[in-house]
Design a protein around this ligand. Structure first.
Ligand code: DX5
Ligand code: ZN
Length: 217
C-alpha cells in the first residue's frame, strides 16, 4: 500500500521560547504533521523538550504529533508522552531495552509506534520490528542537532526497507530525518520514503510553504 507523501516540520528548528508559533507556522504552510524531537543528553549529546512541553502544546494544535524519542530508556517515558498527547511515538533500535514490549506498550496507549535507525546501525537491526510498526525512520544525520548535512550513504537503507515493506506486504510509513530539504527529498522519495522531516529547511527558509506543497502535491 502506498502512502501520500507528507512533510513534518521539526520544531527543533523553531523558536523554543515560542513553540506555539512554530506549530502555527507549520499549520499556516499547510502541514498536517509536526515532528517533535525529544533528547535526553545521554543517548544524544543535546537536551530538548519533555512531556510537559508536549502536553502544554496539545490544546493549541490539531497537528499530528510525530514524537521522536532519543532517549537511553524510552520504555520509562512512553506513557508520559502518550498521556501528553503524542499521536505517534518513535523509539530507537540502538539502546538496550525491550523494544517489542515497548512498541506494544505504545500501541496499547492508543498511539501509533515507530522504530528508528541511526546512521552507524545496520539495517538488519530493525527488520524484526517492521511487522509491528506504523512507521520506520531512517536517520540521515547522527541525531542530536538540527542543521547537519544530509548523509546520502543512508539511501540504500531506505531502498532496503522499502523492498522489505512490499515483500512482506506491510504498510508502515517510511520516514527520513536529518538534513532533508528541496535538493534531496526526491532522492529519498525515489528510494521509497514517503514521510520527510524538515527542521532547518522549513523554519529557516522563506519558501517553506512552497517546499511543503512540492512534497505533498
Ligand atoms: C536530529 C533530529 C531532527 C532534526 C532535523 O537529531 O532528529 O529531527 O530536527 O533537523 P534538520 O532538518 O535541520 O536536519
Ligand atoms: Zn527527529
Amino acid at each position: 500500500m502506498s502512502h501520500r507523501t507528507l512533510l513534518a516540520p521539526s520544531i527543533l528548528a523553531g523558536n523554543h521560547a515560542n513553540l506555539r508559533k512554530a506549530l502555527h507556522l507549520a499549520e499556516a504552510a499547510g502541514a498536517t504533521w509536526v515532528h517533535i524531537d525529544i533528547m535526553d543528553g545521554h543517548f544524544v549529546p543535546n537536551l530538548t523538550f519533555g512531556p510537559q512541553t508536549v502536553a502544554d502544546l496539545r490544546p493549541f494544535s490539531k497537528l499530528f504529533f510525530d514524537t521522536h524519542l532519543m532517549l537511553d530508556n524510552p520504555a520509562n517515558h512512553v506513557e508520559a508522552f502518550a498521556n501528553a498527547g503524542a499521536n505517534l511515538i518513535s523509539i530507537h533500535a540502538e539502546p538496550d531495552y525491550p523494544i517489542s514490549e515497548t512498541l506494544r506498550r505504545i500501541r496499547d496507549l492508543d498511539c501509533k509506534c515507530g522504530i528508528v535507525l541511526n546512521p552507524p546501525t545496520k539495517v538488519e537491526a530493525i527488520l524484526p520490528f517492521l511487522p509491528e510498526v506504523d512507521l520506520a525512520l531512517v536517520m540521515t544525520v547522527n541525531p542530536g542537532f538540527g542543521g547537519q548535512s544530509f548523509m546520502a550513504d543512508q539511501i540504500p537503507k531506505i531502498e532496503f526497507i522499502a523492498k522489505e515493506r512490499s515483500r512482506q506486504g506491510l504498510d508502515f510509513r517510511l520516514e527520513v530525518d536529518g538534513g532533508i530539504g528541496p535538493s534531496n527529498w526526491k532522492s529519498c522519495h525515489n528510494a521509497g520514503a514517503d514521510t520527510f522531516v524538515a527542521g532547518t529547511s522549513f523554519y529557516k527558509s522563506k519558501d517553506s510553504a512552497e517546499f511543503l506543497q512540492s512534497v505533498e502535491s
